[in-house]
Design a protein around this ligand. Structure first.
Ligand code: NAP
Length: 493
């Protein structure tokens, strides 16, 4: 695919700007129909979508069939959210004309769409975080237009999905220009999209370098815009002593699976496992090592990612105090990720910032602490993360509330006695975290609340009823839940 030219980028945004004037006033019910239609059109692509994605991403059929299910499930979740309607956070304060000393005006507020959203497709989710993935679904749900920059690692897959979106727009009698699809192998395409004056916000999943570069560009604009970048994380796991004593083998099996799932190419892959030195930690390390040696290397998404993995892995293994615990017993072929476990003492980890960096692939580092204080020191020293996990017995968790409090200061999701991979798409999910995991920890890129990234509140004061959107009208024609004079109800005012 040829890189989109500056002229094509400008044309896409000019047309999106015109389409936005129609789309922003499209009702929630109509937008829900569109999202369901996109889901059906993606399903209608059938097996060609799966085989194309397999060819371009090296991911196995089962994973991509599951990812397609997740993609259409996300679209339908946002459709449900729109049908229910209360996501706009409608709030009404009715007037008190005879209030003294000053009358209270009628004030009403709700969320409105931001405008044109640039979405960067992610390499590691060719379907669920690419052309019609979570970012696109949530932006379209909010009433925004979307300009996707397809990830260069899977252009054909992206083109097929873009076709499904345009078909759905046509069937719904909506302007085709609500959605645009651009290509780029050079960073210039992304830069031009972020710098274009008609771009109102950006959604990105990928490397820290990429996300931070786009964030900085957006802030250097004459009119800065929000960049919601989800960039990477080492997802610490705290292994508490009682749990290791009681079930080292099953924990090791569970984590070997999580570390190597999808060749370790998940932003929630557990990257560091922190335990307190003891015979039980040694037993755990041995079981994990046995599991890792038995797991075969898998081909990574594309050669660049495989090269990065090998480079980062070798750099990490070469650091002072790092000991290789296990690699797969099978030799890795070209572009395959060698499953690897290493360990290091807490003090060496604390002194070395290289060890705090994400190794994107099937790699994890066990950190051996002398005592709980050292474990706590590490948690307090870590940068922002998407997730943290605590493996503990229930009483042990209760006795370690201080560790949980420390984790709350750096992460967006804390998992108890499970693995962080497998991010459920639902209403209560928060997939975000303190910088550098993301650029704005108040928002999530997964789950229903992801829609909030692309909307902003507007307050309408003293407006006549016929000028108000249905969500703010006194008659409450949509029967949605609203905050009326400080109390929730779904009645008329
Ligand atoms: P990436 O290099 O961050 O690229 C993602 C997208 O952003 C691509 O479309 C890329 O376009 C664009 N981009 C990157 N830097 C840019 C810049 N300075 N200016 C303009 N556009 C820019 O991610 P990737 O290709 O998916 O993988 C590379 C590395 O990212 C991996 O090795 C891994 O470490 C990490 N990664 C992390 C996650 C995560 O979830 N945390 C997910 C995927 C990848 P171009 O390719 O055209 O430059």
């Amino acid at each position: 695919m040829k890189d989109s030219t500056p002229l094509e980028i400008d044309e896409a945004l000019q047309k999106a700007q015109i389409a936005f004037q129609t789309y922003k006033n499209t009702s929630g019910a109509q937008k829900a129909i569109l999202l369901r239609m996109i889901a059906s059109e993606i399903e209608n692509l059938g097996n060609v979508l799966i085989t194309t994605a397999m060819e371009e991403s090296n991911l196995p059929e089962g994973r991509l069939v599951g990812e397609r299910g997740r993609t259409v499930g996300q679209l339908r979740l946002f459709a449900d959210l729109l049908s229910e309607g209360s996501w706009v956070e409608a709030s009404i304060d009715t007037a008190i004309p005879d209030r003294t000393p000053a009358p209270k005006p009628d004030i009403r507020k709700m969320l409105f769409p931001l405008g044109n959203i640039v979405v960067f497709g992610a390499s590691n989710f060719p379907l669920a975080f690419s052309t019609a993935g979570g970012d696109t679904a949530s932006a379209l749900a909010s009433g925004c237009t979307v300009i996707v920059k397809a990830h260069p690692a899977h252009p054909e897959t992206s083109t097929l999905v873009a076709g499904a979106i345009w078909k759905a727009l046509e069937k719904c009698n909506l302007p085709k220009e609500i959605f645009a699809h651009l290509y780029g192998r050079s960073a210039d395409v992304g830069k031009n999209l972020v710098l274009h004056p008609l771009t109102n916000a950006v959604a990105f999943t990928g490397s820290f370098l990429g996300g931070k570069a786009l964030f900085d560009l957006a802030n250097q604009r004459k009119k800065p815009i929000p960049v919601f970048a989800e960039m990477g994380s080492i997802n610490p796991v705290l292994l508490l002593p009682e749990a290791l004593k009681n079930r080292a083998e099953s924990i090791a099996t569970q984590f070997a699976g999580s570390i190597t799932l999808g060749a370790g190419q998940f932003c929630t892959k557990p990257g560091i496992l922190i335990g307190i030195e003891s015979p039980d930690l040694d037993v755990f390390t041995n079981y994990l090592a046995q599991n890792i040696s038995a797991i075969k290397p898998a081909t990574m998404l594309y050669d660049g990612i495989a090269h990065n993995y090998d480079y980062q892995r070798l750099i990490t293994l070469a650091q002072t105090g790092v000991r290789l615990e296990a690699e797969s017993a099978t030799i890795a072929e070209k572009d395959q990720a060698m499953p690897t476990i290493a360990s290091v003492a807490a003090q060496d980890f604390l002194k070395n910032s290289t060890l705090h960096e994400e190794v994107f692939g099937a790699f994890a580092l066990i950190i051996r602490c002398k005592n709980k204080q050292e474990m706590q020191e590490i948690v307090q020293d870590l940068e922002g993360q998407l997730t943290a996990t605590i493996i503990a017995e229930p009483d042990e968790l209760l006795a370690n509330r201080d560790l949980v409090e420390d984790l709350k200061a750096i992460v967006g999701r804390i998992v108890f006695n499970s693995v962080p991979t497998g991010v459920e798409v639902c209403y209560s999910m928060h997939h975000g975290g303190i910088f550098p995991a993301t650029t704005d920890s108040r928002f999530t890129s997964v789950g229903a609340s992801a829609i909030k990234r692309f909307a902003r509140p507007i307050c309408l004061q003293g407006f006549p009823e016929q000028m108000l959107p249905p969500e703010l009208q006194s008659t409450n024609p949509l029967n949605i839940w609203r905050l009326v004079n400080g109390k929730w109800n779904n009645d008329k005012v």
